[in-house]
Write a new protein. Structure first.
Length: 355
């Protein structure tokens, strides 16, 4: 049922006028004209009084409350016409109840998100502290050992200096990756788009990781529909960084005599890139958080393989800057497939269509 000050005042005035007329009609000595005048006076006075009270006291204050709640939800001043329309069409009390309920639900959602972000922040601080502590403590231990007298033994000195240099190199990689993620997220790193053949870039990647794959007897291959060039407009170096990271992960977390395949599927205006392996796979409960910074699926096994723990987070941000997203399909002990799409170069398509 819909309410406003005029309709409520009219309904109440009719009731009062009717009751007054009925009372006067049963009273002796009052003519019909007197009854009619009495009804009109009671109707008019009750209508005006009720309308004034409702419109300028009740509905006005309710409307102000309604407006304030709405402004809190939207964090901006809304049009008065919107609220006048709502006052004319809706029961104001029901409207306020609805607004309060919606506002409470919105705040509950915000609180849940803040709690989740707080949990992620705590995990991030714990992870980065652990990642920084490991190479720093290792380097500190090697240097202190040398200062305690081991520096006089040439073999021990050379071995410890090499280990210290390796730890510092790991620390440098971690800091560089952290800076890269931060700059990409802040928009400080711009993508340098250029037109190139995607197949040529991937072949170059596979040649770079060939030695790493041979150590575990991993077969790394590229599967394409044909030998025709596949031109894309993207940042060559950043996209190459993504493919290297995905292929190297496929080698790292694979079993001996396994495989890693880079599969290209050409669609109408995009090319789909799939990096598939038959390695250890990723548990379902970890897949949603795999692209977070420093998130570890299995800390002990991951630490053996090395790395900064930021590779997939960097891949995600680079691909987002290319207006695409990275997806994952994985099953434990059966392998994983990382996929993303890239837009084909329109200029090349137009050139080909001319011949």
């Amino acid at each position: 049922m819909f309410f406003n000050a005029r309709s409520v005042s009219l309904l109440l005035a009719l009731c009062i006028g009717g009751i007054t007329g009925a009372f006067l009609s049963i009273t002796t000595g009052i003519e019909h004209t007197g009854i009619l005048v009495g009804m009109l006076i009671s109707f008019s006075s009750s209508f005006l009084l009720t309308y004034f009270v409702l419109e300028f006291i009740f509905f006005k204050e309710v409307g102000n409350i309604h407006r304030q709640i709405h402004e809190l939800r939207n964090k901006q001043i809304s049009s008065p016409d919107t609220f006048n329309l709502m006052q004319k069409e809706k029961n104001p009390i029901s409207g306020i109840k609805s607004q309060i309920k919606n506002y409470a639900e919105m705040k509950e959602e915000e609180i849940a998100q803040l709690k989740q972000m707080e949990q992620y922040r705590k995990e991030f601080l714990a992870n980065i502290s652990h990642e920084l502590k490991t190479p720093i403590f290792a380097t500190q231990g090697f240097i202190l050992t040398l200062l305690d007298g081991a520096i006089d033994d040439k073999k021990v000195r050379d071995r410890f200096l090499k280990k210290a240099a390796k730890s510092l190199n790991s620390l440098n990689i971690l800091v560089e990756d952290l800076l890269t993620v931060s700059k990409i997220e802040a928009g400080e790193i711009s993508m340098e788009f250029e037109e190139f053949d995607l197949q040529v870039m991937i072949v170059d990647v596979l040649e770079q990781v060939e030695q790493k794959a041979e150590k575990k007897n991993i077969l790394v291959t590229l599967e394409v529909p044909n030998d025709d060039p596949i031109y894309v407009d993207a940042d060559y170096n950043r996209l190459k960084q993504v493919v290297i990271n995905l292929v190297v992960n496929g080698i790292k977390y694979n079993n001996k005599n396994g495989f890693v395949k880079v599969i290209l599927q050409v669609n109408e205006d995009t090319v789909s890139v799939h990096v598939k392996d038959n390695g250890i796979g990723i548990p379902l409960e970890d897949q949603n958080r795999l692209f977070e910074r420093f998130y570890r699926v299995e800390k002990s096994r991951t630490k053996k393989q090395g790395g900064s723990g930021l590779g997939l987070a960097i891949c995600k941000h680079i691909l987002e800057r290319h207006d695409t997203v990275i997806t994952l399909e994985s099953e434990e002990e059966k392998g994983s497939t990382f996929s993303f799409d890239l837009k084909l170069s329109k200029e090349v398509d137009n050139e080909d269509s001319e011949f």
